[in-house]
Write a protein that binds this ligand. Structure first.
Ligand code: UDP
Ligand code: MG
Length: 316
């Protein structure tokens, strides 16, 4: 098997037929042996039936059906666990990542790179708020991590077998795959593309899912927030100490003091806020720590057409 195409699916009934046709149109002329791995991440529409139909007609179509919605990153992880190809493409099902780029990605990989990611030159059809938050997030992440996670890059990319095997050695529960791939290293490069609008259907990435992904990315690859909490703690205590000295001076030496309701309220609220933020930051890390201690399987498969003998995913 030369190439596996991993496609996470969450309510994509409007896109699956077009996606299959376009992928086939691109991959057939390449003359490589390929497979599709569809991961149905708990869709509530007819996505699963559509995929099963394709699988019945085309033996290159393999699928896994999750027992519920586990999220995009876990779906991609499951796809990578089950992919048999020497190279693996990760692509969205909504045709925002153009399949026509795959030959270029594959070509670059053959030139000796282990990872070729597709970087977004522009994005169409997404709200200004989404574009702005994404832009800020990628830059914030790049500035606080010590590995270089490329900016304006999603999971659309091709990776070699070496990288897939390395990913399987990383058992963390809170996945941020693009960060993991940067962490792994090897020779990596990119090509640029203009990101299209979603072909049909609606985004499955709600704001809460996006915030979780952002927090997974930050906590998984940086301790900067913890350090910021410590530093702001020191700064606030330093200020409080100065204010304390001034208060004592005003009370006992200069005797010029007002009954200080306002300053009291301000400092209590400010200190309370800083403390809560710091506790919250620590909480984010502890929550992830405890998720990893529980060691639950990352996902539960309810149905698949991939024979057990060909499966390499860790069996719980
Ligand atoms: N997706 C998924 N599980 C989810 C949400 C999304 O598998 O919980 C899939 C979705 O079907 C698509 C890809 O992840 O193939 C990207 O999602 P989407 O297009 O909704 O995100 P956006 O492009 O809006 O960021
Ligand atoms: Mg999309």
């Amino acid at each position: 098997m030369d190439l596996s195409v991993v496609i996470p699916i969450y309510n994509e009934e409007a896109n699956i037929p077009a996606l299959y046709t376009r992928l086939g149109g691109v991959l057939d002329p390449m003359g490589v042996q390929y497979e599709f791995i569809f991961i149905n991440d708990g869709s509530r529409d007819k996505s699963l039936a559509l995929v099963q139909n394709l699988a019945a007609r085309d033996p290159r179509v393999r699928y896994i059906d999750f027992s519920r919605n586990f999220g995009h990153q876990i779906a991609v992880t499951a796809g990578l666990d089950l992919a048999a190809g020497q190279a693996v493409v990760i692509i969205d099902a909504d045709l925002q990542d153009p399949p026509e780029l795959i030959p270029q990605l594959y070509q670059k990989l053959q030139e000796g790179y282990e990872v070729v990611y597709a970087k977004r030159r522009s994005r169409q059809g997404e709200s200004a708020a989404k574009k702005l938050t994404a832009k800020l997030f990628y830059r914030l992440l790049a500035s606080i991590t010590n590995i270089s996670i490329p900016v304006d890059t999603g999971d659309f990319r091709i990776i070699s077998r070496k990288v897939v095997d390395a990913l399987k050695l990383m058992p963390e529960q809170n996945k941020f795959i693009r960060g993991q791939i940067s962490w792994i290293g090897y020779r990596q490069t990119y090509i640029e593309y203009d990101r299209a609008e979603r072909a049909g259907g609606e985004t499955g990435y709600t704001y809460s899912k996006m915030i979780r992904l952002a927090l997974d990315g930050i906590t998984g690859f940086s301790d900067a927030p913890l350090k910021a909490a410590t530093v702001s703690g020191f700064i606030v205590s330093g200020l409080a100490f100065l204010v304390m000295i001034y208060t004592l001076y005003a009370r006992f030496v200069s005797h010029e003091y007002e009954p200080g309701w306002a300053s009291l309220m301000v400092s209590i609220l400010f200190l309370g806020g800083v403390q809560l933020i710091a506790v919250g930051i620590i909480g984010e890390y502890i929550a992830r720590l405890s998720a990893n201690v529980r060691q639950r399987p990352l996902y539960i498969i309810s149905d698949t057409n991939i024979p057990v003998t060909e499966r390499t995913e860790p069996v719980p």
